[in-house]
Design a protein around this ligand. Structure first.
Ligand code: AMP
Length: 186
C-alpha cells in the first residue's frame, strides 16, 4: 500500500501517519522530518535548506526527490509507504510515479485531510507556543499556506482524475479521522 497523506500544513498528516505506522507497520516518509534532521545534524544539505524552510518556501524538487529515492531503496520490501508532505509539486508527483514504477509499484491512494483555514491557524498557533518551530510563526505560516494553495493543491484534480483521491474530515477527533482513513484504504 502506497498512500499519500495530502493536506495543508497542520492538517494532521504527521499525527495520522504515525498511527498508520503503529497499526500497519507502514513506513512513514516525511520530507519535512528528513529536512529537519539534516539541519539538526549540521550537514551541508541542512545548511543549504535552512533559509528556505525558515521563510516557508519549498526546497528544490531535486533535493526532496533524492531523499525519497534513498528511503525507498533503504526500505525495499516494506509493507507500504505513507508519504507525508510529499509530493508538493507536479514535478515531485511525476518523479514519485517514476520512482515507484521502477520498483514495480504505484501510488495506490491519496487521502486528503480537509481542515478549514481558521482551524489550521488555531492549531499552528498552539504548536508554535508548545514546540517553538520557527516556521510556525504567523507570517511564515501564511507563506506556507500560500505555497500549498499555489503549488500543491493543483495535484488534487490530477489524483482525482486517476480515481485515487479520497477526502476525510480532518476536523473530527483524531480517532474518527483515523477511521476515515482506514475506510479509504479498503
Ligand atoms: P513540513 O514539516 O512538511 O511542513 O515541512 C517543513 C518545510 O520543509 C516546508 O515548509 C518546506 O520548506 C520543506 N519541505 C518539506 N517537504 C517538502 C517538499 N516535499 N518539497 C519542498 N519542500 C519541502
Amino acid at each position: 500500500m502506497n498512500l499519500i497523506l495530502f493536506g495543508p500544513p497542520a492538517a494532521g498528516k504527521g499525527t495520522q501517519a504515525k498511527r498508520l505506522v503503529s497499526h500497519h507497520g507502514y513506513i512513514q516518509l516525511s520530507t519535512g522530518d528528513m529536512l529537519r534532521a539534516a539541519r539538526k545534524s549540521g550537514s551541508e544539505l541542512g545548511q543549504r535548506v535552512a533559509k528556505i524552510m525558515d521563510e516557508g518556501g519549498l526546497v528544490s524538487d531535486d533535493i526532496v526527490i533524492d531523499l525519497i529515492d534513498e528511503q525507498l531503496t533503504q526500505h525495499s520490501g516494506a509493507a507500504g509507504f505513507i508519504f507525508d508532505g510529499f509530493p508538493r509539486t507536479i514535478g515531485q508527483a511525476e518523479a514519485l510515479d517514476r520512482l515507484l514504477e521502477s520498483r514495480g509499484s504505484q501510488v495506490d491512494r491519496v487521502v486528503r485531510l480537509l481542515v478549514d483555514e481558521a482551524q489550521l491557524i488555531s492549531r499552528v498557533t498552539k504548536r508554535f507556543q508548545e514546540e517553538g518551530r520557527k516556521d510556525d510563526n504567523p507570517e511564515t505560516f501564511s507563506a506556507r499556506l500560500e505555497k500549498y494553495n499555489e503549488d500543491t493543491a493543483p495535484l488534487l484534480p490530477i489524483y482525482a482524475g486517476q480515481g485515487k483521491l479520497h477526502e476525510v474530515d480532518g476536523m473530527a477527533a483524531v480517532e474518527a479521522v483515523s477511521a476515515g482513513i482506514e475506510q479509504a484504504l479498503q
